[in-house]
Structure formats: structure tokens, C-alpha cells
Design a protein. Structure first.
Length: 349
């Protein structure tokens, strides 16, 4: 395996190792993964923003997501044990909780996203169960059947509208993706879109039952503390996923013709981020325009479109996610950029 790819895998797996170490040892150790995921990554992104992409390597594209998936489920159990049962002081558990939450919100979500786009049944199943473990299983259907075909249109609940705050978007996207994903699955099975008929072949049955099972296992293992810890971590994971959608598509629209047809999906319908370290941590997820153009393309083959072709975020995805939590500051930064891009491409709806 080329040396650069070894570095890629090392960086991707580093927070997994640090989290496991922090959960077992306690003390000041939780500060390491928290600092890596919530501070150091942004600093390194600023230093290596224009580092070139990694070369393609099929072995890495197959093995690394599978390793991360199995580590994800092990870390879930470790999180409930260390946060609900292990007799560590609160000063150690708070940073550990935040570190676990950031990991599930970034690394696990990015890996689940990669896997649900794979043609392999095993890979797809692993990705689906990652989202089910976040009590967000419906994302598996809504992302593929709704978000991808309708991105940057009024029919996609996961495209943030111009001037819409993240908090308004969160409520609209959560409910909208659940309902529209369900309608899409009903249609695929020959039922009316809004059918309430019980169909055990519908994956929504698995999404809901699986989430109940994960929450029940956390409660059985960790009691009421395990229940609250699991709910809190699931909320952080869901918030991280929706923050990513908010940041990556804010204000970008596809023009609609008089016949009701939208322009084909193009690179300028997603915000991109060339920041090297975050791309390593999240399987090149910030190279979002190329992903929407070629959804089945492995993360190792995603390309970064230049600023003339696709709009670029002014800061790394993590920094932009933090800014998005302050709607006034977000609009001050992003609204002029959306308007500037719309003037250039006449795409602002």
C-alpha cells in the first residue's frame, strides 16, 4: 500500500483508537480525542488546505470502511459502559461524552454514508445499521431515494433554503426526510405513497424496530443512565448529519423549466471543501459535488472540483458547522457567497 494511503488510513483510524483508550483509562485521556475532533483538526485543515487528493486504491476503499463499521458498534458498547457504568468523575465523563458524540457525528456518519452507496449487500447492510444505531435508520432510504434525485430543489427536505436557519432546517429536514423516504419506499413496493398498511418488507419496519432494540440494549446494559447516554449520543449523531447537509447545500438551487423539469445535477449544486485533514477523517465526504455527480464512486476516487466549477466553503466543514449554530453570523458569511455564486451562474431560486 502506498505510503500516502497508509497515512490516510492512520488518520482515519486515529480517533477510533484514542476514543477506546480514553474510555478505558479515563482521567485526562478523553481530552485527546476531543481535542483531535473538535480543535486540532480545524487547525491542521488551515495548514494543509490545498494538499492534493489521495490516489485511488481499491483495497483501501473496501477494507477501511468495513473496519470503521465494526469499530463503530464496538465503540457504542464502550460508550454506554464508560459513561453509564464506569465510576469516573464527571470531569472525565463530560469530555468523553462530547468526544464520542463528535466521533459518531463525523466519522461514523461519513462511513455510513459511504457504505449505503455501495453495491455490495454486506457493505450496504453495515451502513444501514450504523444509521439505525443512531436512531436515524430512515436516512438510508431518504438519502438515496429523495435527497440524491431531488437535491437543490423544493422537493428535497435536506437541502437548506436560502436564509433558513439551521434550527428551522433541523425540524423540517428530520420530519420531511422520514415522511418522504417512507413515501418513496411505499411507491417502490406498489403501495400508495401515504399508505399506512403494515408491510414487513418495508425497511422502515427494520429502521424502527432496530432503533428500539439498540435503545433497549443500552437500557438493559446501563440502566436509566445508559438510556439517557444513548439518547444523547444519538441526538449528537443526528445533529451532526443534518449540520453536514445544511452546510453542503445551503441556498443552492437547480433552475426549473416551464415543463416542471429541473436542470441536471451539476457540481455547482453542492458546497465543497478541499481541507485535507477533515477529508481524511471523513472518507473524502467534503468532496460533495463529485459525490452527487457519481454517487457510486468510492471515496478514494472522488475529485475536488476547482472554485470556478463548484462553490467552495470559506472555512473547513467543522468550522462552518460551528458557525451554522449562530444564524446571524452564518447569514453574514454565507448569504453574500450564495448571491455571488447565483449572479455568476444565475442559479439562485
Amino acid at each position: 500500500m502506498p505510503r500516502y494511503l497508509s497515512a490516510f488510513a492512520f488518520i482515519t483510524l486515529l480517533p477510533t483508537f484514542l476514543l477506546a483508550l480514553a474510555a478505558v483509562k479515563g482521567g485526562l485521556w478523553p481530552l485527546l480525542p476531543l481535542f483531535l475532533l473538535g480543535g486540532l483538526n480545524h487547525l491542521i485543515d488551515g495548514l494543509f488546505e490545498n494538499r492534493p487528493d489521495s490516489p485511488s486504491e481499491r483495497n483501501l476503499a473496501t477494507i477501511l470502511p468495513a473496519i470503521l463499521a465494526f469499530c463503530h458498534f464496538a465503540l457504542l458498547g464502550l460508550a454506554v459502559w464508560s459513561l453509564a457504568l464506569k465510576p469516573d468523575p464527571l470531569t472525565a465523563k463530560i469530555p468523553l461524552f462530547l468526544a464520542f458524540g463528535l466521533y459518531f457525528a463525523t466519522v461514523s456518519n461519513a462511513n455510513g454514508h459511504e457504505l449505503i452507496h455501495r453495491r455490495s449487500r454486506l457493505a450496504f447492510t453495515l451502513g444501514k445499521w450504523i444509521f439505525i444505531s443512531h436512531l436515524f435508520g430512515h436516512h438510508t432510504s431518504a438519502h438515496r431515494l429523495v435527497h440524491h434525485p431531488y437535491v437543490a430543489t423544493r422537493y428535497d427536505p435536506n437541502t437548506a433554503r436560502y436564509n433558513e436557519s439551521f434550527y428551522t432546517f433541523f425540524a423540517r429536514a428530520w420530519r420531511g426526510s422520514f415522511l418522504m423516504g417512507l413515501s418513496a419506499e411505499n411507491t417502490r413496493r406498489g403501495f400508495p405513497p401515504h399508505s399506512r398498511e403494515v408491510d414487513f418488507s418495508n425497511p422502515y419496519f427494520t429502521y424502527i424496530l432496530g432503533g428500539v432494540i439498540f435503545l433497549g440494549l443500552a437500557t438493559a446494559f446501563g440502566g436509566w443512565k445508559g438510556f439517557l447516554v444513548y439518547l444523547g449520543l444519538a441526538f449528537m449523531a443526528q445533529s451532526g448529519l443534518l449540520l453536514t447537509d445544511y452546510v453542503q447545500h445551503y441556498g443552492l438551487t437547480r433552475s426549473e423549466g416551464q415543463d416542471g423539469r429541473f436542470d441536471p445535477i451539476a457540481p455547482h449544486h453542492s458546497w465543497n471543501a478541499p481541507h485535507w485533514f477533515t477529508r481524511n477523517l471523513t472518507l473524502n465526504a467534503p468532496l460533495h459535488s463529485d459525490h452527487h455527480a457519481k454517487p457510486a464512486r468510492p471515496y478514494t476516487e472522488l475529485q475536488n472540483h476547482p472554485a470556478e466549477v463548484a462553490p467552495q466553503l470559506p472555512y473547513s466543514p467543522g468550522i462552518m458547522s460551528i458557525i451554522a449554530l449562530n444564524p446571524i453570523h452564518w447569514r453574514r458569511i454565507m448569504n453574500p457567497k450564495v448571491a455571488e455564486w447565483a449572479m455568476r451562474h444565475r442559479k439562485l431560486g
